[in-house]
Ligand binder design. Structure first.
Ligand code: UTP
Length: 290
């Protein structure tokens, strides 16, 4: 079985849950402390041993391309002033990753965005990371999934248990347990009512998919809201390919949504030596006043 060498990161969505900021600012560029969300997922790919990254962008997403490009004037200035630590921060990830871009013409859903990766992916398995989901984990989530993929030689989807009251916000899997936190997926239901939910195992934005997904997307009709859903395409493949659901180890933040973005900022700030004490004290004072 071929090694996984590429990941796709779709960043073409409107980000309506974060309006008004997303009117002119890509949500993937919103900061978690001092790095944009998209950098966290590019780093996750690098830390999982994958350098080739395709970003599926769209109109209004130029800031992402600029971010991973050289900032010529700024870098010259930092060099002249001998600020090598800052220079390293600015260059960091973009020097290591090989980043490719393709532009989704209309934001017609995640499945449609994924289809633009068709020419980048050959006959191989590849990773998909959604920058809406930032996962803080001792072993990068994608790396954990690659191990599962190597063991089962199959597609892998990251899942986590959510309270039943929240299943309506997620794609939910129906699975047959085959190991600790490992399930053979039997069916998927997009945003079910509690009564219809086959489990509380919710799909999180990390996938390892076979290139056969593109053919399945081609055959997928737009759903209710006119968007082509990736889960619908996966459903089409379920009868002929194995999909494993994997409960990863780590904490996930939904930064595509306001409260998740704030929580991620607090949690990551508290992990930083240079910020921890100040933020902790601030939060304690705030609660005392409450
Ligand atoms: P979401 O389902 O969160 O949609 O996309 P969205 O438009 O970005 O955000 P909301 O729901 O309006 O607030 C999940 C992932 O798929 C990408 C997004 O950028 C995000 O990473 N996406 C979504 C695309 O690349 N293109 C699309 O047409 C839709």
């Amino acid at each position: 079985m071929k090694e996984i060498k590429k990941v796709v990161i779709p960043v073409g969505g409107f980000g309506t849950r974060l309006l008004p900021i997303t009117k002119s600012q890509p949500k993937e560029m919103l900061p978690i402390v001092d790095k944009p969300a998209v950098q966290y997922v590019v780093e996750e790919a690098l830390n999982s041993g994958i350098k080739n990254v395709l970003l599926v962008t769209g109109r209004g997403k130029r800031a992402i391309e600029d971010y991973f490009d050289y900032a010529v004037e700024l870098e010259r200035e930092l060099e002249e002033k001998g600020k090598t630590d800052l220079l390293e921060l600015v260059r960091g990830t973009s020097e290591i990753a090989r980043i490719f871009y393709v532009r989704q013409k209309l934001a017609r859903g995640l499945g449609d965005a994924m289809y633009y990766a068709n020419g980048f992916i050959n006959d191989e398995y590849f990773g998909v990371l959604l920058p809406d989901d930032i996962i803080d984990a001792p072993i990068p989530c994608l790396k954990q999934m690659i191990e599962i993929h190597q063991k089962y030689k199959s597609n892998v989807i990251a899942v986590m248990k959510v309270p039943f009251s929240e299943v309506k916000a997620y794609g939910i899997i129906e699975g047959k347990k085959i190991g600790d936190g490992i399930y053979d997926i039997v069916d998927l239901v997009e945003k079910p009512e509690v009564e219809q939910a086959p489990s509380n195992l919710a799909i999180v934005g990390r996938y390892i998919l076979n290139s056969t997904i593109f053919e399945a997307i081609e055959k997928t009709e737009p759903g209710k809201n006119g968007e082509i859903q990736l889960t619908d395409a996966i459903k089409k493949l379920l009868y002929k390919e194995r999909f494993i659901a994997y409960e990863f180890n780590g904490v996930r933040y939904d930064v595509g949504e306001k409260s998740g973005l704030i929580k991620a900022n607090i949690a990551f700030a508290l992990k930083r030596e240079d910020l921890r004490e100040e933020i902790k004290k601030y939060l304690e004072d705030l609660f005392r006043r409450d």
